[in-house]
Design a protein around this ligand. Sequence first.
Ligand SMILES: [Zn+2]
Length: 368
Amino acid sequence: MKYIITFLSAFLFFQFSAQAQAFKCGTDQSDAFMEDLIRNKKNWDNTMQKAQVERFVPVQFHLIANNDGSGRVDPRTVLKSLCELNENYDSLELRFYLADEMNEINNTQINNNPGGNASASAMRNAKNNAAMNVFVIDDSGEGVAGFYTQGGDYIVVNQNQLLLDRHTTEHEVGHFFTLAHTHRGWEDQPYDPAIHGDTVLVTTVNSSQSPTIGVELVDGSNCGNLGWNNPLAGDGICDTPPDYGFGQRCNCCNMGWTVYDRNGDLIEPMLNNVMSYSENCSPWNFTPQQVLAVKTSYDSDRRAYLRVNEVSDYTPLTEGSVIVSPMNLETIDSYNGVLLEWESVPNAEEYIITVDGTVANEYRTSNT
Ligand SMILES: [Zn+2]
């Protein structure tokens, strides 16, 4: 029990309604980006032969504010986002946990122009080298929801994208573990029936995020099975169906067009793929080969720094806290202090008590 002045405010776990505004991801998917995926493919067999194994990912969050301290995301939103990340990677048995206390940085440059050289330098210096680093900022740039940078090896996410049903954080984590867009190459000019027609005849595409690459075919003949020196189309993964930017164009979850590739094969894209663009398509999924790519990336030398073996049990909370006393909206005679009491939550290590009102405050305790 904890004797604390004022009252306990319960967390509200709700989904913010999705915004209609179209956002995109700013991750560069050049040949250099794709090399890790291609290199790791030869180890996919090893990954498949491993017993089911949980992989624990330490995450270092950096909460960015302006120079004067304004504009920082609420840490509770980030915690909820971490829970959501775990839920959405549950089928992969990838478990994310806080590597350390959230790091607060006041830097207007990072907050509003994270792609600039000064910002990149500051973020590199702030990194926790034993964790996946996620910088939660105000604005990544015009229409950009977030990005992963291979050079800096960190993730940037706009704070207003957290907890939306487009899963920007999950998407950027996919990039972190070598996945490319299912519609790689189509980002600047996604499928448009007026331009591309019912049968898409163009053979190559490129975008500001991708070099010129082949247009992926339904029959899988150019999807990346042949290795790096052969034409690589799409995302380099063969069980993700061709995606000519359909989700990005329609912002929808069901294919509204009947479109054939240049062989005349009907295209059936997977619009609820985490590495596609769409809105409100839960449940979002990965294909089996994407799962293999993520796990193999985690097991690779490049990601050895994540495997610190600090945590070996995944014990998510399945119940919320229940307040015992005082009851909600109950009036307390005492004015010097209020005794707060709540039922212990199985597996909870710590409770955060937030105090609203003119003197807002926050308390942490492992007691109830
Ligand atoms: Zn992306």
